[in-house]
Design a protein around this ligand. Structure first.
Ligand code: ZN
Length: 223
């Protein structure tokens, strides 16, 4: 399918945040995004492979927005947080946003939506309303759904056998996209946690174990 480049966002350090929209227009869009946490190369890689496939594919006919790497400064620095030291997945202005920080790596910023990267995402959401958001991360492999998308999580579980969760016990995420998307935009969010790289787990392997499931999902009528 064909994609056009949208006007990029700007990071704290002034770098461009590339963003693409499918030529298929709609009043709401399926978002594919990665690199909210700059050190999570696994998720970035999986989306890059998926995006490369989409550009060649003729069968997918979804209105899509693709954000390959949100936290471009963090990605360059191999850092979870952005150049202000903010965890972008704790900085969205959900009603449960809090300044309280359990650990430094979860610093939510001085104010909700203080960060230019998240302001860019929110502007996109206003202009191209989301109907579903698939956000790639990496941690313990799991499919973490917020809002009405348990069916999508179960669909993918059928391919990769990652556990499906709605909330992770002992791991609250105020100000996350998973909290914000359903609340503000009535858009379900699937936080797709890839496994971490290790001696036995390569980027290639992570992509291979998810390739068919993700491709079939995008060709399905679930989104
Ligand atoms: Zn993450």
């Amino acid at each position: 399918m064909e994609f056009i480049s949208l006007k990029p966002g700007r990071s704290v350090e002034g770098d461009e945040i590339p963003c693409f929209r499918s030529e298929i227009k709609s009043n709401n869009y399926v978002y594919l995004m990665a690199g909210t946490h700059g050190d999570e190369v696994e998720g970035v890689y999986v989306l890059q492979e998926l995006f490369d496939w989409l550009k060649e594919d003729e069968d997918v006919s979804l209105p899509l927005i693709v954000l390959p790497i949100l936290n471009v400064d963090g990605y360059r620095a191999s850092s979870r947080v952005n150049a202000h030291g903010v965890d972008l997945n704790r900085n969205f202005p959900s009603s449960n946003w809090t300044k309280e920080t359990r650990e430094k790596k979860y610093f939510p910023g001085e104010k909700a939506l203080s960060e230019p990267e998240n302001q860019f995402v929110d502007k996109l959401f206003q202009k191209y309303p989301p109907r579903f958001i698939l956000s790639f991360h990496s941690w313990k492999p799991m499919l973490n759904f917020n809002g009405d998308c348990e069916n999508v999580a179960k669909f993918l579980e059928g391919f990769n056998s990652y556990p499906v969760h709605s909330e992770i016990e002992g791991h609250p995420t105020p100000g996350s996209l998973g909290e914000y998307g359903p609340e503000k935009y009535q858009s379900p969010v699937l936080t797709f946690e890839c496994p971490l790289l290790s001696e036995d787990v390569s980027l290639r392997k992570i992509w291979e174990e998810n390739k068919v499931g993700l491709q079939d999902l995008l060709k399905s009528d679930l989104l």
